[in-house]
Design a protein around this ligand. Structure first.
Ligand SMILES: Nc1nc2c(ncn2[C@@H]2O[C@H](COP(=O)(O)OP(=O)(O)O)[C@@H](O)[C@H]2O)c(=O)[nH]1
Ligand SMILES: [Mg+2]
Length: 474
């Protein structure tokens, strides 16, 4: 059985919540204010199961996001863990500002799969539908949602037209979604906390990697509080475990509802370290209205977390006297400083929004959340650490620890990989004589040679001068 999370995206009133209801029967607008005003303010959740042609079951969790421009930050808290997006565009309004902003965000987050849904097909005539379809095709050209191969489907949540076709497309596209790693270290960014009568504290989120079992002890980031998993629910049913790719609700012992909040992350205890600095690959949207200056203040969003941050840029030869800056549409390595410690790992995607007025200006991917240098390292080192070669990544990470070496536990905390995954790569590096390993500490060969040169002669001299092996008695 495969589990995936589907997110909605698109402008307000384009029919996202109605579509989720038409597909699942669940009204994701759960707040009284949402029902009264008829708009989505916060994230909503729903689920369904679909049979696959192979006779298997596809389990789907939905995250329904608000389209209103004032609630983009709520949208960001939910969209980080999705595997597949339904980009919703109403046939009677076509592309609107949050269609663009949400689509920018999806691209910056590296969402790879999706379906574009033209909703309210009943509200327009066939000719208008064709015109809108062409306009949308033009908008999506060259992107991950370009039709074909990505599906573009007209539906009406009112009449049900097109919904069968959409379900078939969901099954087809879901089959292409790469399953998340359930053997990796568990990470659950919390997006909702509430009290359930008779149970106590419930925290929910999209399990982005690993497995969580009943009775597991977990650590809360930030803060370090320990909690115990008293119970697990997946898609409204009790479960012994939750695996990566599932919407997960945990009944937690050891924390009151007020002590947990959206933006915190649950992870295995004593494994990770919080950081206030991250080196990142940063991309500014071509639509950003101005350049980002060195030390600019921004809003930083990653998974369900948001905070204020400062962008530190490398100086380029062509920067003027005003200092380093990054222009709209450009890409560079940069450093982000955060006012409070957060949990980030290499590969985590993030979104930057301008400090004021608050609009999405860019985003990117974390390269190193445990920098050892005061300044940005050279681009080659960062490019290696951002690259796909795990042995090269590990070697670059060990190298920067120089002759202190890197402990296995440092490497786990820095990479987010499991001990056994690191051991595997390490043994290859040792075989290739690139790394020397002494118990749990690894050094690159150059650092080891330096140590030997520095200390072996003095050790030899020491032994010569004290033939008793150095053990002297008073
Ligand atoms: N005619 C028609 N109206 C729809 C359809 N889907 C949604 N609506 C209406 O459009 C409005 C906004 O829908 P909603 O799902 O709340 O939009 P959201 O803001 O994107 O979640 C509501 O009044 C819906 O009843 C549809 O397929 N056809
Ligand atoms: Mg809605």
């Amino acid at each position: 059985m495969k589990s995936i999370v589907i997110g909605t995206a698109g402008h307000i009133d384009h029919g996202k919540t109605a579509l989720v209801k038409a597909l699942t029967g669940i009204d994701a607008d759960r707040l009284a204010e949402e029902k009264r005003r008829g708009i989505t303010i916060d994230l909503g959740f729903a689920h369904m199961a679909l049979p696959t042609p192979g006779g298997d079951t596809l389990q789907i969790g939905f995250v329904d996001v608000p389209g209103h421009e004032r609630f983009v930050r709520n949208m960001l808290a939910g969209v980080g863990g999705i595997d597949l997006v339904l980009l919703v565009i109403a046939a009677d309004e076509a592309i609107k500002p949050q269609t663009r902003e949400h689509f920018d965000i999806l691209q910056l987050l590296g969402v790879k799969r999706g379906i574009t849904v033209l909703t309210k097909s009943d509200a327009v005539d066939a000719e208008t539908l064709d015109v809108v379809r062409l306009e949308v095709e033009e908008f999506l050209r060259g992107t991950f949602l370009q039709p074909p191969p990505a599906p573009l489907i007209a539906v009406s949540s009112l009449t049900g037209a097109g919904l069968d076709e959409l379900q078939r497309a969901i099954v087809t596209v879901a089959a292409e979604v790469e399953p998340r790693d359930w053997q990796a270290l568990a990470r659950l960014p919390i997006d909702r906390v509430f009290t359930m009568k008779g149970f106590g504290t419930i925290g929910t989120g999209t399990l982005i990697s690993g497995t969580i079992r009943r009775e597991d002890e977990l650590e809360v980031f930030p803060g370090g509080r320990r909690v115990r998993v008293r119970g697990i629910q997946v898609h409204g049913e009790s479960a012994e475990r939750a695996v990566a790719g599932q919407r997960t609700a945990l009944n937690l012992a050891g924390a009151a509802t007020e002590e947990l909040s959206r933006g915190m992350t649950l992870v295995p205890p004593a494994t990770f370290r919080a950081t206030r600095v991250a080196d990142v690959q940063l991309q500014l949207l071509p639509s950003a209205s101005r350049a980002v200056k060195n030390h600019a203040r921004v809003h930083f969003h990653s998974y369900s977390m948001e905070t204020v941050g400062e962008v530190v840029l490398r100086r380029n030869p062509d920067d003027d006297a005003q200092g380093a800056r990054m222009s709209p549409g450009s890409e560079a390595f940069a450093r982000i400083r955060l006012p409070e410690p957060v949990l980030l790992l290499p590969g985590d995607r993030f979104i930057l929004r301008q400090f004021s007025p608050v609009v999405t200006i860019g985003g990117g991917v974390v390269v190193d959340a445990a920098p050892v240098r005061r300044d940005l390292p050279d681009p080659n080192t960062l490019a290696t650490m951002a690259g796909p070669n795990r042995q090269a990544i590990l070697r670059a990470r060990i190298r920067r620890h120089d002759h202190n070496g890197a402990h296995l536990l440092d490497l786990v905390a820095e990479t987010g990989w499991t001990k056994s995954a690191i051991e595997r790569e390490l043994s290859e590096l040792v075989k290739a004589r690139q790394v020397v390993r002494i118990k749990d500490v690894s050094l690159v060969l150059e650092a080891w040679e330096w140590l030997k040169q520095r200390f072996v002669p003095s050790l030899e001299q020491f032994h010569r001068e004290s033939p008793g092996g150095g053990h002297q008695q008073d």
